[in-house]
Design a protein around this ligand. Structure first.
Ligand code: FPP
Ligand code: MG
Length: 320
C-alpha cells in the first residue's frame, strides 16, 4: 500500500490557528483550528484507500470514509499528541485509523439489524447504496484496515508505545468498549426500565470509548507521562458522555438537513435517552456540568490546553 506522506498538508508554523501557547484569555479561533486540522486529516484519508481488486469493497469503504464527518476523533488524537509533547505527524496514521474505526461502527449501526437508518452524514447510508452484505463487509474491512494502517504507516515511534496504542484501540473497540455499549443499547430498546446507570454504561462505551481512545493514543504517541495520559482520559470520558447526551438532544430538536441523518429515531425505536429521563433542559444541564468537569482536568496545562477547552465547549453548542 502507499505510504502516507510525512509532510503535513498545512505546516503548523504557517497556520495562525495553531499558535496556542498564547494568553488563553485571548479569543481562540476554534473554527480556524478545526478547519485546518480537518484538512490535514481529510488529505490523508483521501489517499488512505487506494482501490485494487476486488474494487467493490474499496468503493464501499471509501464511500463512507471520505464523506466529510466532523473528524472529531482524529482532531482530538492530534491535539493529545501535541499536548503530550510530540509532533502531530507522529499521530497522523492513528488519527486516520480512529476515523476508520468510527466509520466502521456507523456503517454497522445503520444496518436494518441495528438502528435501520437510511441516511448518514447527509447522504444515503452505506447499505442503501451497496447492499447489506457489502456494508457488513465494509465495516469489517475498515476495522482491520485501520489497525494495519497504523502499523504500516507510523514512523519514529518506539515499539513499546505503538504496542500500547494498538492495545488501547483494540480494547476500546471490542466488548469492553464500542461493541459492549452497542450490545446493551440493542438489548435496552423498547424497555421502560432502563435506568441512569445502564444509560451511562451505553453512552460511555458506544461513544465515549473511541473519544477516550483518541486522546489516550495521541498522548501515548506524543510521549506523555502517566499523569498527563490520565488527565486527558478523564477529560475525554466526560466530553464523550456530554457529546452523546447532546446527540440525544439533537435527535429530538434538529432536522435531517442539520443532522445529515434521520431525526427523532430514538423516540420511534423506543430508546431510553437522557432527554427521556431528564427532559431537554435537564439533559443540557448535565452535559454542561460534564464539560466543566472535563475542563477542570486540564487546569495544570495552562495555555497549552486552549484548543481542548474550546472543543469541550463546542460539544454543548454544536447543532449537528
Ligand atoms: C451510533 O450511536 C453508534 C455508535 C457510536 C457505535 C456503534 C457500534 C457498533 C455497531 C459496534 C462496533 C462495530 C464495529 C464495526 C467496531 P447512535 O445510534 O446513538 O447515534 P446515531 O444517531 O448517529 O446513529
Ligand atoms: Mg444509530
Amino acid at each position: 500500500m502507499d505510504r502516507i506522506e510525512a509532510e503535513p498538508a498545512i505546516a503548523i508554523g504557517d497556520d495562525p490557528a495553531m499558535q496556542v501557547d498564547a494568553d488563553p484569555a485571548v479569543e481562540f479561533d476554534l473554527s480556524g483550528y478545526l478547519l485546518s486540522r480537518q484538512a490535514v486529516v481529510e488529505s490523508h484519508l483521501e489517499r488512505a484507500l487506494m482501490p485494487r481488486y476486488p474494487e467493490k469493497i474499496f468503493e464501499s469503504m471509501r464511500y463512507s470514509l471520505v464523506s466529510g464527518g466532523k473528524r472529531l476523533r482524529p482532531v482530538l488524537c492530534l491535539a493529545g499528541c501535541e499536548l503530550g509533547g510530540g509532533e502531530r505527524e507522529l499521530a497522523i496514521p492513528t488519527a486516520c485509523a480512529l476515523e476508520m474505526l468510527h466509520t466502521a461502527s456507523l456503517i454497522h449501526d445503520d444496518l436494518p439489524a441495528m438502528d435501520d437508518d437510511d441516511y448518514r452524514r447527509g447522504k444515503l447510508a452505506n447499505h442503501k447504496v451497496f447492499g447489506e452484505g457489502m456494508a457488513l463487509l465494509a465495516g469489517d474491512a475498515l476495522l482491520s484496515y485501520a489497525l494495519e494502517f497504523i502499523l504500516l504507516n507510523t514512523r519514529r515511534v518506539p515499539a513499546d508505545r505503538l504496542l500500547r496504542v494498538m492495545q488501547t484501540l483494540i480494547n476500546r473497540v471490542g466488548v469492553s468498549g464500542l461493541v459492549g455499549g452497542q450490545v446493551v443499547d440493542v438489548e435496552s430498546e423498547g424497555r421502560d426500565d432502563v435506568d441512569l446507570a445502564t444509560l451511562e454504561f451505553i453512552h460511555s462505551r458506544k461513544t465515549g470509548s473511541l473519544i477516550d481512545a483518541a486522546m489516550v493514543t495521541g498522548a501515548i504517541l506524543g510521549g506523555a507521562d502517566e499523569d498527563t495520559i490520565a488527565r486527558l482520559s478523564g477529560y475525554a470520558r466526560r466530553v464523550g458522555l456530554a457529546f452523546q447526551i447532546v446527540d440525544d438532544v439533537l435527535d429530538v430538536t434538529s432536522t435531517r438537513q442539520q443532522l445529515g441523518k434521520t431525526p427523532r429515531k430514538d423516540e420511534k425505536a423506543h430508546k431510553a435517552t437522557f432527554p427521556s429521563l431528564f427532559g431537554l433542559e435537564g439533559s443540557m444541564r448535565q452535559a454542561r456540568e460534564l464539560v466543566d468537569e472535563a475542563k477542570r482536568e486540564l487546569a495544570p496545562f495552562g495555555g497549552r490546553a486552549v484548543p481542548l477547552l474550546a472543543m469541550a465547549d463546542f460539544v454543548c453548542t454544536r447543532t449537528s
